[in-house]
Design a protein around this ligand. Structure first.
Ligand code: GTP
Ligand code: MG
Length: 437
């Protein structure tokens, strides 16, 4: 899986390495080649379109780093966009902090529900949880036997009352039993169907509404290609699926569906099934998959390092100027932008001397807007004004306000904050020079 995509992407991106400059022409050519590679790997058409647009936008907006070639930067951008596509913030299992965690597994026939249930129980056991498996596919005797065999293999209890009971009662009894016996996690197997039908969906919905699971994991077979997206959408509409397990990830599908499914359905991939054995389950890490797809980890880490170094250099320059008692509006903007990478703007502002008033006024939801405003105001100043804002008269402030789409009041507020910060730093550098720090 992904071999052909990896080969093509790597080839395309190696072609632009070593070029001192990326012209519009070879940029377009590269994007076109990436597009073909993605489409040939079965990535959803709309996803490809958005992906390329983002890569293009990012490439235009990048700061120039002297030590990094444009081609290398492009690799990093593609890498980061792949991670975003795969979703990098909600791949962890959700646990119930106050009691039994209920994980329901759903999916079409033969996609690997029962197998992954056993793998999950094994995975949880290794992480010091106490799991129990509850049979919820009780139409076929073979389904219960399969579960019991798995249970024996990993020494995990299976709850089942046989075939002569209705599914919902059986599952509710199982949950009650799990609660009584202090299990941490109840893993509930369910029946599959060849196609999505109303009867199946009704049954699953009833189970969901009765037990309120923390997780509803949908197994989808990676070998079914683009259909994964449709199946996931259908299940998700009715059940609000919380995560996907991509099974048969060890097979030789083109893999594009894996790249599309989060973007199209919004459901994160949480695990991949990579074989038939009990240990063949992997937690899903978008970063690792991105590395695998791109196969250019060396270039990516090189660019990351260069970006960090540039950040540090800038921070150092700002610090030096502060210590020398010089502090300009440019420094203010730089320090906010740099420190923003550390966390929410309000908490950062709280750490900066003299900025706590401003922090209070900031609601993190519109923190981004605030920063845009500050940036716009500072960028509307002339270089001389940025060096020394005290030279600004009312007419200057009016010009800056209208140039930045803000009000004179906003400009004044920023100037006040700047004065406060400057004062703090002046005192600090006087203080430190006294002690020759
Ligand atoms: N290669 C590979 N095979 C898998 C994987 N997961 C499951 N299988 C195989 O897929 C087949 C079906 O697995 P099951 O777990 O029985 O699927 P199911 O969804 O429970 O099927 P039904 O209960 O009939 O709906 C079995 O032969 C498994 O060994 C996987 O990650 N990789
Ligand atoms: Mg099954």
């Amino acid at each position: 899986m992904f071999d052909s995509l990896q080969e093509k992407l790597t080839k395309t991106l190696r072609n632009v390495q070593g070029k001192g400059k990326l012209s519009e022409r070879n940029m377009e050519e590269t994007l076109r080649e990436i597009r073909v590679a993605l489409l040939e790997s079965d990535v959803n058409y709309g996803v490809v379109k958005d992906f390329l647009e983002k890569v293009r936008q990012e490439s235009l907006g990048q700061d120039v780093l002297n030590s990094v070639e444009p081609g290398q930067l492009l690799v990093k951008i593609v890498h980061d966009e792949i991670i975003k596509l795969l979703g990098d913030d909600d791949n962890e299992l959700i646990f119930n902090e106050d009691g039994l965690t209920k994980i329901m597994i759903v999916g079409l026939q033969g996609t690997g529900k029962t197998t992954q249930l056993g793998k999950l129980a094994n995975y949880l056991k290794k992480r010091n949880k106490k799991p129990i498996m509850i049979a919820g596919d009780i139409v076929r005797p073979a389904a219960i036997e399969q579960l019991q065999t798995l249970g024996k293999q990993i020494n995990v209890e299976v709850y089942s009352e046989g075939l002569d009971i209705d599914v919902l009662t059986q599952i509710n009894n199982g949950i009650e039993y799990a609660n009584k016996n202090n299990y941490d996690v109840a893993l509930i197997d369910t029946a599959g169907r060849l196609q999505i039908d109303e009867e199946l969906m009704d049954e699953l919905k009833k189970i969901k509404d009765s037990i309120h699971p923390e997780e509803i994991l949908l197994t989808v077979d990676a070998l079914t290609g683009q259909d994964i997206v449709n199946v996931s959408n259908a299940f998700n509409e009715l059940l609000d699926v919380t995560g996907l397990i991509l099974t048969k990830f060890d097979g030789d599908s083109k893999g594009g569906s894996a790249l599309s499914v989060k973007a199209v359905t919004g459901v994160p991939i949480k695990f991949t099934g990579v074989g038939e054995k009990i240990n063949d389950l992997e937690q899903f890490y978008p970063e690792r998959l991105a590395q695998r797809i791109l196969g250019m980890g060396d270039v990516v880490s090189f660019v990351e390092k260069a970006q960090e170094e540039m950040d540090m250099k800038l921070a150092e320059q700002t610090a030096n100027r502060l210590m020398a008692g010089k502090f300009t509006m440019d420094d203010l903007l730089n320090s906010i932008e740099q420190s923003r990478k550390l966390g929410p703007l309000s908490s950062i502002m709280n750490m900066l001397p003299g900025m706590s008033d401003m922090a209070k006024a900031i609601n993190d939801n519109d923190a981004e807007d605030q920063l845009k405003k500050i940036r716009a105001i500072i960028q509307s100043m002339t270089p001389a004004e940025r060096q020394d804002p005290s030279i600004m008269r009312s007419s200057h402030k009016r010009r800056i306000a209208s140039g930045s789409g803000t009000s004179v009041d906003d400009v004044n507020k920023l100037c006040n904050q700047y004065d406060k910060m400057k004062k703090v730093f002046k005192n600090f550098s006087a203080f430190s020079s006294m002690f020759k720090m």
